[in-house]
Design a protein around this ligand. Structure first.
Ligand SMILES: Cc1cc2nc3c(=O)[nH]c(=O)nc-3n(C[C@H](O)[C@H](O)[C@H](O)COP(=O)(O)OP(=O)(O)OC[C@H]3O[C@@H](n4cnc5c(N)ncnc54)[C@H](O)[C@@H]3O)c2cc1C
Length: 216
C-alpha cells in the first residue's frame, strides 16, 4: 500500500462543524471519487476520507465534519500548518464508470460530506453529463456548491427552507422519478443509501446503474 507524508497547509472552516483540510499535494495521483486513509504519524489511529479536490488542483483537499465525540475528526480539526499527516492510498472504486465518462446521464446523490467525491469528479471532469442532488439540514451546508453548474445542482434542506427543495433527498426522489437508464451514484450515510436504493429499484433501475459509497 502506498503511504506518503504530507504537510498541512491550512484548515478552512466552512461551517462551525465542517472544514476543508488542505495538505501539500506532493505529486499524489488519484482517480476522482477515490478515498484515502489519513493517519496520525506514528499512531495506529486512522480513518478513511474521500478526496475533495480535483486532479489538476494544486493541493490535496478533504471535506470533513467534526464529530463532537469523534476522536479522529476532532484531531484533524485542530491540526496547524506545517504539521504532518500520513496519507495511505488512493483506495476505492467509487469512480465515474466508462458510461458516465462517455456522456450517459449520471445522477450524483449525496448527504452531508458525501458530496466530497462528486466535488472531486466535477472539478476534474467538467463535461460529464450530470445532475447533483445534495441533502443537508440547512442551506449553509451546501459545501462546494460554487464548483457545480447551478442548472445541474439541487439542494434539499430538511430543517430550513432556504434550499431548492424543502425535505430529504428521499422525498425529492419520490416526487421526481428517475429514468431506468440513468446511472446513479449514492454517497453518504447508510440509512440514506438503503432508502434511496429501494426507491431507485422501484423506478426500475438495474443494479449496475446504482453505485454506492457508505461513509458510516
Ligand atoms: C470510504 C469512506 C470515506 C469517507 N469520507 C469522509 C469524508 O470525506 N468526510 C468525512 O467527514 N467523513 C468521511 N468518512 C467518515 C470518516 O472515516 C470518519 O468515520 C469520521 O470522520 C468520524 O471519525 P471520528 O474518529 O471523528 O469519530 P468516530 O468515533 O469514528 O465516529 C463517530 C460517529 O460519527 C458518525 N459519523 C461518521 N462520519 C460522519 C460524517 N461524515 N458526517 C456525520 N456523521 C458522521 C457515525 O455515526 C460514527 O459512528 C468516510 C468513511 C468512509 C468509510
Amino acid at each position: 500500500m502506498n503511504k506518503t507524508t504530507h504537510k498541512v497547509v491550512e484548515i478552512e472552516e466552512l461551517t462551525p462543524e465542517t472544514f476543508v483540510l488542505r495538505v501539500e499535494r506532493n505529486n499524489f495521483e488519484f482517480i476522482p471519487g477515490q478515498y484515502v486513509i489519513l493517519r496520525m504519524p506514528d499512531e495506529h489511529i486512522a480513518r478513511e476520507y474521500s478526496i475533495y479536490s480535483g486532479i489538476t488542483d494544486q493541493y490535496l483537499e478533504f471535506l470533513i465534519r467534526e464529530i463532537p465525540a469523534g476522536e479522529f475528526s476532532r484531531y484533524l480539526r485542530h491540526l496547524t500548518p506545517e504539521t504532518t499527516l500520513e496519507v495511505e492510498g488512493p483506495n476505492g472504486f467509487f469512480v465515474p464508470d466508462e458510461r458516465t465518462m462517455k456522456g450517459t446521464p449520471s445522477f450524483f446523490i449525496a448527504t452531508g460530506t458525501g458530496i466530497s467525491p462528486f466535488h472531486s469528479i466535477i472539478r476534474s471532469h467538467r463535461s460529464i453529463n450530470y445532475q447533483i442532488l445534495h441533502g443537508v439540514k440547512f442551506a449553509d451546508e451546501a459545501y462546494g456548491r460554487q464548483s457545480f453548474n447551478p442548472q445541474q445542482y439541487t439542494l434539499c434542506t430538511s430543517r430550513g427552507e432556504q434550499g431548492d427543495y424543502f425535505g430529504r433527498v428521499s422525498s425529492y426522489l419520490r416526487e421526481h422519478p428517475v429514468q431506468p437508464d440513468v446511472i446513479c451514484y449514492l454517497c453518504g450515510n447508510s440509512e440514506m443509501i438503503n432508502e434511496v436504493t429501494d426507491i431507485l429499484e422501484g423506478f426500475g433501475l438495474p443494479p449496475e446503474n446504482i453505485r454506492t459509497e457508505v461513509f458510516f
